[in-house]
Write a protein that binds this ligand. Structure first.
Ligand code: NAD
Length: 695
């Protein structure tokens, strides 16, 4: 919506579409629409088609409404994301409906209209599609159209831009009544191609999938062009009050603020953070109109359900310490405001108040921080606030922007049906909301550990010195667990500045830290007379000093964050049991174990637990065991290298081989609340070896 905004492209491919069934064409259209966030936001909007199909029971041809079901995202959904309902039964519902008091009941009745035992639950928006006399309907949330819908004069502006082609309906919460209003509008205006819904979004329709798609695009493009003309040469948001700081400085400040915010909002439920300093955000947070516009709240229900109705503006003017000094008060003031909103708007049967903390934190000159129960939710909340910024930019540039009425917002936020949806959500995984930093994360044990923690819902930062392996591990784990969950930082654990930067990067990505797994390592073997000073120093540097440096950084963060913490050292059997011909390695590993004990002592009062896992002979997946260490170990036992695994198995008390996953399991135990009452411990994972029994 600034000069020279790119218009939406028509990406419909006739040849592809011709080979599809009607439901497939609906899916094709939905995915095309949802692939551009200017057309609709993540999870926002829905699409439908009324399709003639054989009834599975009678074989008779019936009309079936295919409409995006509850949850899901039009851009990424599959065919199973659509609910299917008999149109004749949906028509019968109109005879049952007596008025708005019955809204919630009507949603329950939708289940009785299910076609073909489809398990996908019908959404609250189903009736908005069902009663429109068109085979194809799109309901989208384009920023450019919501910007019109969120102005005081939205009715007049809609008319000015679209004439009779697009109608306008005043705000109404989605449900049966709105479905009937839409139906009446379409009947009264047979030439209209759609409707702008005040403070909400756009409906468009057509007689074929292609026709509907093209209308949707054309209507949105017209809004984009109109705004381009209107806003050309105008200053957005009343002009700049605070200039953006340089990029590195912004990130540094975010990394300082985020753990402090997390400390204050994460006591009951750990939160993951997201930082956005895109141009659109910086323009808004640095503007003269920031305070008044932020206070008005967001308009589209989708926006505020994700972001809460209002953000928290942190009064930053160059002095981070001043923000930190006032942070308790800022956060408490926000909570009080939220509690007051709840009290003002609650009904007798409203669900109990939810987390009163802000989701969105705006920092002039720096950017936007968002916090939610997991990374994807925090990121998406940020994206939604960017949608809201775009809407405010457009709306306030052409007229007066208006947020959604507070009571209406409350009635959506605390809708009993919304509450029921929340209650149905699966229990969070044991490490949901936790952030883990795993050094040597690209190696055998580190990667298996990362995988184990990811399986439990943690966000994992892999830190390694080996760029190639790091990229590989990161991309494979991202594929398996989602890109939001995994980050990689290139770090040499022996370098103080690199370690500090690695942690700062991790914090700017996720907002804090809960778990450190210090695992980066090497191995070497040589008799003492042949051990060069270089080899000695290398072992001490990576294993002893490296473990010290990462622990110190984690401790600093844990203390600022005040949420406790778990540190797990991957040491070695060789740290407990002397081994001939590897004194440098053994000594450095012993130093690790003793460091862990000292840190357990120091950290306890702050809830920081420090424990050690001692692996032994984990050959598979280990880079250590693919190098000369393997040859040296084989030689010292007078074996071929390929006999080693069997040799170690046979040597163990339990006669079992030890794999990286076995070490990872012990790390998970010590990193999670399963071991909440253990610190200063050592767990050997070596299939049993008397010389490493602890005593
Ligand atoms: P690995 O070589 O597969 O993984 C170690 C990782 O650490 C590698 O990705 C490497 O690039 C990284 N690394 C090395 N130096 C680094 C540095 N300076 N900064 C950052 N990263 C660095 O080995 P592994 O078997 O997975 O070993 C992991 C840990 O387990 C090590 O501390 C090792 O001493 C310990 N350990 C392993 C065994 C075993 O049998 N594999 C036994 C006892 C202890």
């Amino acid at each position: 919506m600034s000069a020279a905004t790119k218009l939406l492209e028509n990406r419909w491919d006739d040849a592809r579409a011709a080979a599809m069934s009607e439901p497939e064409r609906l899916l094709y259209r939905s995915n095309l629409l949802g692939s551009d966030k200017r057309i609709t936001n993540f999870g926002g909007g829905n699409t439908s088609a009324k399709v003639r199909q054989a009834d599975p029971l009678t074989g008779e041809e019936v009309t079936v409404l295919w409409v995006k079901g509850s949850g899901g995202d039009v851009g990424t959904m599959k065919l199973d994301g659509f609910a299917t309902l008999y149109m004749d039964k949906l028509e019968r519902l109109r005879t049952i409906y007596k008025g708005v008091a019955q809204e919630d009941e009507m949603v329950g009745l939708l289940n009785h209209c299910t076609f073909d035992l489809n398990p996908r639950a019908a959404s609250i928006d189903t009736s908005l599609h069902a009663y429109l006399p068109y085979a194809h309907v799109d309901h989208m949330h384009p920023d450019a159209v919501i910007a019109i819908a969120a102005t005081k004069r939205s009715r007049e502006l809609t008319r000015e831009i679209y004439g009779d082609e697009i109608g306008w309906l005043g705000w109404r919460r989605p449900g049966f009544e709105l479905g009937l209003e839409l139906s009446r509008f379409a009947a009264d205006n047979p030439n209209a191609k759609g409707v702008v819904l005040e403070s909400h979004g756009l409906f468009t329709w057509g007689h074929s999938a292609k026709d509907c798609y093209e209308t949707t695009l054309r209507i949105i493009n017209r809004a984009i062009e109109w705004f381009d003309g209107q806003l050309a040469g105008k200053t957005a948001f009343g002009g700049e009050a605070v200039a953006p700081l340089p990029a590195e400085e912004r990130r540094r400040i975010a990394a300082r603020l985020m753990p402090e915010i997390r400390a204050r909002i994460g006591q009951n439920e750990r939160k993951i953070g997201h930082f956005d300093d895109s141009d659109a955000v910086l323009q808004f947070v640095g503007s003269n109109d920031l305070q008044p516009l932020a206070a008005l709240g967001t308009s589209c229900p989708d926006h505020f359900l994700r972001t809460k109705i209002r953000p928290l503006v942190l009064p930053f003017s160059g002095d981070v310490d001043a923000v930190l000094a006032g942070l308790d008060a800022s956060i408490e003031e926000y909570r009080e405001g939220y509690r007051a909103y709840y009290e003002r708007c609650r009904h007798d049967n409203s669900p109990v108040i939810r987390d009163p903390n802000a989701v969105i934190y705006l920092v002039p000159g720096v950017g936007m921080i968002s916090f939610a129960k997991d990374k994807a939710t925090a990121r998406i909340a940020g994206e939604f606030y960017v949608n809201a910024i775009n809407v405010m930019r457009g709306a306030s540039g052409v007229d007066v922007y208006q947020g959604l009425d507070e009571q209406e917002a409350f009635d959506i936020e605390y809708w009993l049906l919304e509450e029921a949806k929340l209650q149905r959500m699966p229990k969070p995984k044991s490490l949901a909301g936790r952030v883990a930093f795993v050094t040597g994360g690209a190696g055998g044990i580190g990667r298996a550990t990362a995988e184990r923690l990811l399986r439990e819902g943690a966000c994992v930062v892999l830190a390694d010195i080996d760029a190639g392996s790091l990229d590989g591990a990161k991309s494979e784990l991202s594929k398996a667990f989602g890109a939001d969950q995994v980050r990689g930082v290139l770090v040499n654990v022996t370098e103080e500045a690199a370690v500090e930067k690695g942690f700062a990067d991790a914090v700017a990505e996720y907002g804090g830290l809960d778990i450190l797994v210090s695992n980066a390592g090497i191995a070497s073997a040589s008799p003492i007379e042949d051990t060069t000073l270089e080899v000695w120093n290398r072992n001490i540097d990576i294993l002893a000093t490296g473990y010290f440096l990462v622990s110190r950084e984690a401790f600093r963060l844990f203390r600022r964050q005040k949420l406790g913490g778990a540190v797990v050292f991957i040491a070695s059997k060789n740290g407990l049991a002397a081994s001939a011909g590897a004194s440098a390695y053994c000594t450095a590993k012993a130093a690790e174990i003793h460091l862990a004990r000292c840190l357990a002592l120091e950290g306890a009062e702050a809830g920081i637990r420090v424990n050690t896992v001692n692996p032994d002979a984990v050959l598979r997946g280990s880079k250590i065991w693919s190098g000369e260490w393997r040859e040296q170990r084989a030689a010292s036992s007078k074996l071929q290298t390929d006999q080693l695994e069997e040799h170690y198995r046979a040597r163990s008390l339990l006669k079992r081989s030890v794999f990286p996953e076995d070490i990872a399991e012990a790390v998970y135990f010590l990193a999670s609340d399963l071991s909440a009452k253990s610190t200063g411990n050592i767990v050997n994972v070596d299939a049993g070896n008397q010389i490493s029994f602890t005593r």
